[in-house]
Each structure stands twice: as C-alpha cells, then as structure tokens.
Design a protein around this ligand. Structure first.
Ligand code: C2E
Ligand code: CA
Ligand code: CA
Length: 950
C-alpha cells in the first residue's frame, strides 16, 4: 500500500467497497432469483395439474364406460369413443399451455406421455368385465404416476411454506389417491354386481371391504391436511369447508351402497351400483380444482412478492452503488478542497517543499484560504520571504555600492556600510536626513526627469555630482527605484544605489595603463607598439607612406644588472628611456619592447634622416649616467627597418629591425645598422641549420676533436680541449661558432654537451685501455648548461662513475658571461666540481666583464686569455699591457693562465717571458682527431698531468 500514491490508495478503497456491496446485492438477487425460479416451477406444476384434473375426470368416466361396455350396457360404446375424442381434445389444449417465463418442469411432457398411454389402453377396451377393469385400473394408476411425476418435477411437494406445502400434498397425494380408490370401488362394485347376477366372488367383496376402510382413511387424512392449511390461513376455511362437506356426504352415500352390497342386499338396483361413486369423484374433483386454484393464487402471490423483492434488491444494489460513487466523489471533492488541490498534486508539492526542490512559486489552490495546501503555500511563502529578507540583508550590507532606503517622506531610514564609507559619515548622521543630501549642489539637477521616470517606470538612473562629508566631490552613478505606490511626491518608498564612478574610472584608467604602458619607464609597451604599427599599416594608402622602425638594444646591460642589482638597472633604464623620449617628437612612438629593448617608430623613412636620428639616440644613450656613487657608460645597438620595403606586417617589420640590431652587435655594438636582405638570408640559414642540427644531434652525427695544450716553459703536453665538429650533408663543415650559437637559441646545447662529454669519457677509456698516458680533457660548458636548475656538477661526476675515471681527468671551461648570468648558482656548481677534483677554467677572458678580483672569490683554476688579445699582441700595444697584467694578477691570486690562439713563435716567446703557464694554438696544433694525438700521448710521464692540475 505504501508504494501506491494517495489517489491510488483512495481508488483501492473505493473499489473494495463497491465490490463488497455488489457481492452482497448480487448474492441476495441470486437467492431471490432462485426462489423465483422455484416458485415459477411450482406454478408450472400447478398448470400441469389443472390440465391433469380434466384428464382425471375422463379417466374415471372411462372406467365406468369400459366396465359398462364390458357388460353390454347400452350406449357405453359410444361413451367410450366420445371420451377418447375428449382426451384428444384435451391433449390439443395442452399446446396452449401458458408460458410462464422460462419455467418448465422439464421433458418429457407428462401429459402427452399419459395421452399416448391412453391411446393404447382406452381405445381398445376388453369385452370381459374383469379384463376391462384391470385395463382401466392400470390407466388410473398411470394417471396417479403422472401426477406424482408432475409434483416431483415441479417441486410442489418440497414447498418450504406450510399452507402451500399442505395444499401441494392434497393435490399431489391425497386427491389422486382418493380418485384411484373411488375408481377401484366403482370397478369392484360393478364386478360384484355382475357376480351377484351370475358368479359371485367373495374375493371381490373382501377387497371392496378393505377399499372402503382405505377411502375413509384417505378422506380423513385429506381433511387433516386441509385443516392444517386452514390453520395457517383461516380465511381459506370458507372456501374449503363446502367442498370438503360435499366430499364427506358423497363418500357417505357411496359407503352406504357399498355397505348394502357387503351386507348381501343383492337386490340393489343396478343404477345404485353404477351411480354410487360418480358423485364422490365429482366432489373430489371440485376439491381438487379449489385446491389448485388456491395453490395457484398463493404461489402467484408469492412469485410476485419475490419478483418485487428481487427488483427491490437490484434497485437497492444500483442505488447503493450510485450512492457509494456519489459519496466517494463528494469525499474526494471535499478532500481536494480541504487540501487545496488534488491529493497527488498536494502530496507531491509538499514532498518537494520538504526536500527544498520547489523553486517556482505555487499558484494558490482553488480550495480557498482554509485549505491545507493554502497553508502549506503560505508557510512556504513565509519561509521564502524570510530567506529573501536574509538574502536582501546580506546583499544590502555586502554590496560595494552605497544603498540608501528612504520612506515616503523622502527621509532616509537605512544606509549600508558602503554608503557610509563613501560619504565618510556615521550612520547616526545619515538616518533621518533628506534622501538627496549627498548631492553636490541642487541647481541643474534633473528633478523633472527623475520625477517623470519614477512615475512611469519606477526607476531612474544617471550620473550626478556627489559630495562627501569632508566637502570633496566626486562623480557618482545613481539609480533610484520607487517601491510601492510610486514616485508621486509624498508616496512610496525609495531605494537608491550610489557608486563612486570616480574611483571606478581611476581603476579602469589604471588597468588600461597597466595593459598598455610599461610601469617602469612610462613608455607604451610591446602590445601598443604592435597595435600602432598595425594601425598605420591598415590606413588607407599606407603602402605609399613609408615609416621606419628602430630596434634599440642596450649593450651588455645584463652584466650591469647582475653586478649592480636590479634597482640600479631599473634606474638606468628609466634614465635612458627618458633620454630617448627627449630625442623624439611628441607624435613619435618610443616603446619599451621588453628587458633592455626599445622600439621607436619614425614617420620619416629617408635613410639619412634615420641615420641622423639613430646617431642622436646613440649619443644621448652614451652620455654618462650617474646613479649614486656609480657612473655608467652605456651603449646601444640599433637595428633599422622600413615599411613597406622590409616588411608588410608588424611582426616581420620588427623582426627585420631585430636582425639588423643583431648585426650591429656582431659588428661591435654601439652602432646602428640598416636591415639588408642578406640578413634575411642569414636568418633562413640559421633556421635551417637549427633544424638540421636537431637531426644531427638525434643521429649522433657530431664528432669531437681535441686541441692539445702545452706548458709554455717546457712545451710538455699538459691537457686537451675537446672541440665539437659537425659536417652537414648540405652545408658541409659548419663552424661551432655558428652552430653553437644556434644550438643555444634553439635549446639544443645540452644535447651537444651530453654528446661531447660522452665522447670524451669513451676516448679516455679507450686511451687508458691502450696504455697511453692520460691528460685532463677540457670540455666547453655553455651558459645555458651552467644555469640549468638541475646540478651540472652532479651529472658530470655521476657520468664518470660507470667508466671508473677520476674527476681530475676532466676540466670544464665556462665563459665569463655565462658565470655572470647567475653568479650564485654558477658559483655553487663550480665549487662542487672543484671540491670533487674537476678543474675549472674561465674561457674567453677579457671579452666580458673581466674582473679578476671577482673571479678570485669563485673556485677557478685557470684563466684562458681570449685569442683576440694574443692575435693583437704586437699590433695593439694595449693588448701587451692587458695580457701582462692578467698574467701577473692571476698568478698573485693563485690561478694559472692559459693563452689560446698562439699562432707564432713570437707570441709564444712573449708569453713565456711574462710567465704565462700554458699555451694552446695553431702554432702547436689545431684540434686533432684522437688517433693523431696518440703518438703525443705515448711516452709521456705522469708528472705533466699533476702539474697541470695543481
Ligand atoms: P673556444 O672555446 O674559445 O675554443 C677555441 C677556439 O679557437 C676553437 O674554435 C679553436 O679551433 C680555435 N683556435 C685554437 N687555436 C687557434 C689559433 O691559433 N688561431 C685561431 N684563429 N683559432 C684557434 P672552434 O673549434 O671553431 O670553436 C669555436 C667555439 O665554439 C669555441 O671557442 C667554443 O666556444 C665553442 N665550442 C666548440 N666546441 C664546443 C663544445 O663542445 N661545447 C660548447 N659548449 N662549445 C663549444
Ligand atoms: Ca674553450
Ligand atoms: Ca676561448
């Protein structure tokens, strides 16, 4: 039942109820119908008996006639024939048997059976008296059987009501019995009379004697039965008494005749014999007719009563059904009205409310305000209202906009925290004030407009000038909503929302500024400059109005930054940005492109104008910058490109300028270079080399050569420098100078580093296996490798382990610039290497920041003087001094000096003379194949290596 919905449960109850009523009613109707059928059948029996009564008379008459006929009584033959035709006539009447509904007593028809038996017995009467008697006796008995059969089949003898039961008993048992006995008497009398005339028979007399006693008994029992009927229904006495009396009298007369016969008075006239029984038969027949009539009456009455009762039951059932249906319908309607909706809807809605699933408003139900549903809805609304109020309160307080609520007299009744903060007033000051108190002057305020909007749309919004408590004014966005009666003066309530748009504007300006300007220099940023270039390019006829793009990159700015800190670097950038700005007209763009890169847009694309501008810029940048106690001399490299000659998109134009700037750096910095097409060629070559290099590294097509290093004093081989070589299928031998730079930019340098290191290790192992004396091999470590977050020292040292090689067979060469990129990290890496026994050399010394003092604090073993200084030893007098100083200082700091690029004996002699430790260069050998070196490694003493690494 629980699984059913409420309407289903209700339906089940209704169905059960209706079924019960139906069952009871049908049961009663059925019972009554059975009784009706019973009574109907009885009535049919009565109908049969009525017809049988006619036959009874004929049977008796036939009896008399047959006996008369047998003694040759005159006219008896004709009487027999007439009787037979009467029987046939009566049988024909049976067809007109009234049909009482569908009631029958069943087949075969007892009357027809009897008539056909008559045909056999009655139409051929015997000539002999006793044979005739016997034949007719059999017919009479047959008649009795027929009556019994009718009574049995019509249930007349089973009738449950006393009076009809007794009446039934009379017509079914007593009367046929009496008729038969009377007939018997008649036959016996006739025979006795015949005997008296001729042949007396004592047997017959005694039979008649016995018969007389039986007749009296039959009469008495009939009287008893009918008296019982009268007892039940005394009104019948009047009807029944006369025929009973007639019966008694007739029987008495018959008895007298019989008595006289029995007493031997044979002189009794024949008529007396013949006429002794017919009156009795007649009275019995009358009684029979009366009883049947009464029975018919009583049964018909009963039948009608039963039919009435049955109809009453049917009606009652129908009425009960209708009443039940109406009752339940009324109940349902009253429940739905009470609940305020159909039960399913109500239970579902309540469930949903309970589960909090109901978000839409519920329509108020039809049942009016008293209904359950109405109260549920009301409850929910109350709840909703409470929630909404809580929410409203939260919104009110949490809002960043000022909110003011005023009553109908335009007096403030509430103001939120944001409003108070905006106005700078405490709540107490604001409450009760006129709602427009915050306006900065009332003149020019659009009163009429506001009024009109509030009346029409209950809403107005616009911008107004507002004034804070301290008197300062600010632009405010104001929205006014009238609640309730509307904006008519003196009516309604007002909600105002006020926001300080001054602050908003400042914020959005700031956002705009940050998105478009560099906060450090105040110059437009990369995004803006790209936008401006694109805008110029998209202007109509732009291709006929050339303009120029100058890419300015400060030289060696990173070193300054690293050495002196970002604060100094920032100040320097600001000063230089300002100087560049000063060199340009107001309309020209000077933008910070990123880091130490700037982009300048020139309206003039004449080469001489551009050159002049660039010169002006370089001059301004190059002026000394004083920051605190420091004085800086900064230079810049400038690349220049022209629209539309060099590029037609912002990206390509800037890239061309960038390439030209790169070229300027290559050419020695502090200069401006115009973009030339070959640079693009260079760029293409770089791109292609980058791609091919990636392939070459993956397929391990790079090789390693070794350049020997010698002790200057003894010219003993003390070490080797591993130098990478690459012969590309397309470009042939490519200088490491070119592809190492590309590898660094393309992020391929670690791959090369690993490859070289592995080759070096294998070479050492091979040489060791060959029993050659091993010398430390220096490997070049690029800036990128050094600054990687993972520890280079650890990976190098771990690499040695599987080959069982001591760390002092490895030396690393690091450029000054690489060291400077992240001094702390690089310092830590070098310290770990040095502690493990790996020697560290600073490569290309003199080309970078070149501070020996600074390097002294790091774990450096060797200083490699850059080969340009050696090359220019006898060309540039400065270089002689520089090289000499470096050697002296390094030695004083305990570091050894390696001179690279030694090509001549003079250079070697000079270096020896100033005490330079180690020399390397074409004078001795270029980078060689491992096999070419092997003869040099043979026959070396182990001492050389230790000296080198000391
Ligand atoms: P570097 O480290 O300064 O290497 C010395 C360069 O000077 C080598 O050029 C060498 O062949 C050259 N050289 C040696 N003696 C003389 C001489 O007497 N006269 C002249 N003019 N040059 C001489 P290379 O092999 O072309 O290497 C160029 C640069 O490429 C190297 O300069 C180094 O920075 C880089 N490099 C080479 N191999 C590697 C490597 O395996 N890893 C890394 N990261 N860089 C490497
Ligand atoms: Ca080197
Ligand atoms: Ca070098």
């Amino acid at each position: 039942m629980r699984r059913l919905s409420y309407p289903q449960r209700f339906g089940v109850i209704v169905i059960v109820f209706v079924l019960a009523i139906m069952f009871l009613c049908l049961r009663l109707v059925h019972d009554t119908q059975t009784q009706i059928a019973f009574t109907g059948r009885e009535l049919m029996g009565v109908e049969y008996l009525k017809r049988a009564r006619v036959l009874a008379g004929l049977v008796q008459a036939n009896r008399f006639a047959a006996i008369e006929y047998s003694v040759g009584y005159p006219g008896s033959g004709a009487a027999l024939a007439s009787l037979h035709s009467q029987v046939v006539k009566a049988a024909a009447q049976f067809d007109a048997m009234p049909q009482r509904g569908a009631w029958t007593i069943g087949e075969p028809d007892p009357l027809r059976q009897f008539v056909s038996a008559w045909g056999a017995a009655g139409t051929d009467p015997s000539r002999r008296a006793d044979a005739a008697y016997d034949g007719q006796d059999a017919l009479a008995q047959r008649y009795s059987h027929m009556v019994t059969d009718i009574c049995d089949r019509s249930y007349l003898t089973l009738d449950p009501v006393l009076e009809t039961y007794y009446l039934g008993d009379v017509v079914c048992e007593k009367i046929p019995g009496a008729l038969e006995r009377t007939g018997d008497s008649h036959g016996l009398l006739a025979l006795i009379w015949l005997r008296e005339v001729g042949m007396a028979d004592l047997g017959l007399v005694s039979r008649l004697h016995g018969l007389g006693a039986m007749e009296s008994d039959g009469y008495r029992s009939t009287v008893r039965e009918l008296n019982k009927v009268i007892d039940v229904d005394p009104r019948l006495e009047r009807e029944l008494a006369p025929p009973l009396e007639a019966y008694r009298a007739a029987l008495k007369r018959q008895r007298n005749v019989e008595e006289s016969v029995l007493s031997g008075q044979v002189d009794t006239p024949v008529e007396a014999f013949i006429m002794a029984t017919p009156p009795t038969v007649e009275t019995i027949d009358r009684l029979n007719a009366l009883c049947l009539e009464q029975l018919d009456r009583l049964l018909s009455q009963r039948l009608h009563a039963k039919i009435l009762l049955r109809n009453l039951y049917v009606l009652t059932a129908a009425a009960t059904l209708l009443a039940t249906a109406y009752l339940f319908f009324a109940l349902y309607v009253s429940i739905t009205e009470d609940l305020g909706g159909e039960p399913f809807y109500v239970s579902d809605t309540i469930k949903r409310i309970a589960q909090g699933r109901l978000n839409t408003d519920i329509a108020l139900p039809a049942g009016g305000s008293d209904s359950v549903m109405a109260s549920v809805v009301a409850m929910r609304r109350d709840l909703q209202t409470v929630r909404e109020r809580e929410l409203a309160a939260t919104v009110f307080e949490a809002s960043h906009d000022g909110i003011v609520i005023a009553d109908e007299s335009q007096q403030i009744v509430a103001a939120n925290a944001a409003m108070l903060a905006m106005m700078g007033s405490p709540l107490a000051d604001v409450l009760g004030k006129w709602m427009w108190f915050f306006l900065d002057g009332l003149a020019g305020f659009p009163w009429a407009d506001i009024k009109q909007h509030l009346v029409q749309a209950h809403y107005w919004q616009g911008e107004v000038a507002a004034r804070r408590h301290d008197g300062s004014s600010f632009p405010a966005r104001l929205s006014v909503t009238s609640v309730g009666d509307g904006g008519r003066e003196g009516h309604g309530t007002f909600v105002m929302m006020i926001s300080d748009v001054g602050q908003q504007r400042a914020d959005s300006d700031r956002i705009h500024y940050l998105a478009n300007f560099d906060p450090l220099t105040g110059l437009p940023n990369r995004r803006v400059v790209f936008e401006r270039i694109e805008r110029r390019m998209s202007e109509e006829g732009a291709e006929h109005r050339a303009f120029a793009c100058l890419f300015v990159d400060l030289d060696k700015f990173k070193e300054i930054n690293d050495l002196h800190g970002h604060s100094i670097g920032d100040q320097l950038l600001r000063i230089i940005a300002q100087r560049m700005r000063e060199q340009m007209h107001a309309g020209q763009t000077v933008a910070r492109f990123g880091g130490d890169e700037f982009l300048i847009l020139l309206d003039d694309a004449e080469e001489n104008v551009m050159d002049a501008t660039a010169k002006r810029l370089l001059g301004a940048i190059g002026e000394a910058c004083e920051i605190g106690e420091h004085v800086f001399h900064v230079s810049a490299s400038i690349g220049m490109s022209i629209y539309p000659t060099h590029g037609t998109t912002a990206g390509s134009l800037v890239q061309c300028a960038d390439m030209a700037m790169y070229e300027a750096k290559q050419q020695g910095r502090d200069r401006a270079v115009m973009f030339r097409q070959p640079m693009l060629e260079t760029l293409r070559r770089r791109t292609e080399i980058g791609q091919r290099l990636r392939d070459a590294i993956r397929n391990r097509r790079l090789q390693v050569r070794y350049q020997p290093q010698f002790r200057a004093s003894t010219l003993e081989l003390v070490g080797l420098e591993a130098l990478v070589r690459w012969c590309d299928d397309k470009f042939g031998w490519i200088s490491p100078v070119e592809f190492i730079a590309i590898a660094e930019q393309e992020g391929l340098i670690s791959g090369i580093g690993d490859l070289v290191f592995e080759a070096v290790l294998k070479q050492l192992v091979e040489w060791r296996a060959k029993g050659l004396t091993l010398r430390p091999i220096a490997i070049n470590v690029s800036a990128h490798q050094l600054t990687q977050p993972f520890d280079l020292a650890q990976s190098l040292l771990a690499g040695l382990v599987p080959y069982d090689l001591p760390p002092n067979l490895i030396e690393v060469e690091v450029t000054e610039t690489a060291l400077m990129q992240d001094v702390e990290h690089a310092g830590a890496v070098l310290r770990r290497l040095s502690e493990a026994g790996v020697a560290v050399a600073v490569d290309d010394f003199g080309t970078g920041y070149s501070s020996l003092n600074y390097l002294a604090r790091l774990h450096i073993d060797h200083i490699k003087i850059d080969r340009t200084f050696i090359r220019d030893l006898f060309v540039n007098p400065d270089d002689t001094i520089i090289v000499t100083t470096v050697v002296k200082m390094a030695q004083s700091l305990g570091q050894k000096v390696i001179a690279e690029g030694v090509e001549t004996v003079e250079q070697l002699e000079f270096l020896r003379s100033i005490g330079c430790d180690i020399c390397q260069g074409f004078y001795f050998a270029p980078a060689l194949d491992a096999s070419e070196l092997e003869p040099m490694l043979e026959g070396l003493s182990d001492a050389g290596a230790t000296t080198h690494c000391a």
